[in-house]
Design a binder for this molecule. Structure first.
Ligand code: SF4
Ligand code: SF4
Length: 190
């Protein structure tokens, strides 16, 4: 069972609380029913449940929110959003928390941030993700030769079954560059 959220002694970090305001606004009508937690396929891997995360958000407990990896483990499946009895945009709120963690460059989420950056870089280059290039970019960004070695047996098995193809990272067609530039501009303005 999760502990009660401490609403009295949470140290307020005003700048982070301000950045969390759009996510908080989306969850204002939460009735803490727990349907999102019960529906989430990734809940077992999360350190606190989505319901608990929303309680932290609604009490402006930014410090505790950014000690959890719950939102980083959200795979954007939208099940919780479909089932929430209040019709809240839960998945979007999870994405907003990811964006704040990335913009603040918080150490706990560095691997997730690199993972997303590598994924998007592959999409930007080719218009779709190319698995081998994506993983190569991701492992290179970690600058730790031990991590790729751990995944080598899995990579070999996938290649043997033709699930991924061997390819050298290339610049690709870069036809999506303009779209990516525009998205960055919009993000910087918001
Ligand atoms: S399902 Fe909706 S109302 Fe229920 S706890 Fe989750 S966010 Fe709140
Ligand atoms: S969108 Fe995220 S939080 Fe919601 S059910 Fe799917 S994985 Fe869980």
């Amino acid at each position: 069972m999760e502990p009660a959220v401490d609403t009295q002694t949470a140290a307020p970090d005003r700048s982070l609380i301000k950045k969390l305001a759009p996510a908080r606004k989306q969850l204002l009508a939460c009735i803490q029913c727990g349907t999102c937690s019960g529906s989430c396929p990734n809940a077992d891997a999360m350190d606190v449940s989505p319901r608990y995360l929303w309680r932290l958000l609604l009490t402006d407990n930014a410090e505790e929110i950014f000690k959890t990896r719950t939102f980083a483990l959200c795979s954007t499946c939208y099940t919780c959003t479909l089932r929430c009895p209040r019709g809240l945009q839960i998945t979007d709120a999870m994405s907003l928390l990811k964006q704040v963690a990335a913009s603040e460059n918080l150490p706990l989420y560095k691997r997730s941030i690199r993972f997303y950056q590598s994924f998007m870089e592959s999409v930007r280059r080719h218009g779709r993700v190319r698995e081998m290039e994506f993983m190569t970019l991701y492992f290179m960004s970690m600058k730790n030769p031990v991590i790729p070695l751990k995944f080598t047996p899995l990579g070999m098995r996938l290649m043997a079954k033709r699930k991924v193809s061997v390819e050298i990272p290339s610049k690709g067609t870069q036809k999506l560059d303009a779209m990516f530039r525009k998205a960055r501009e919009i993000e910087e303005q918001s």
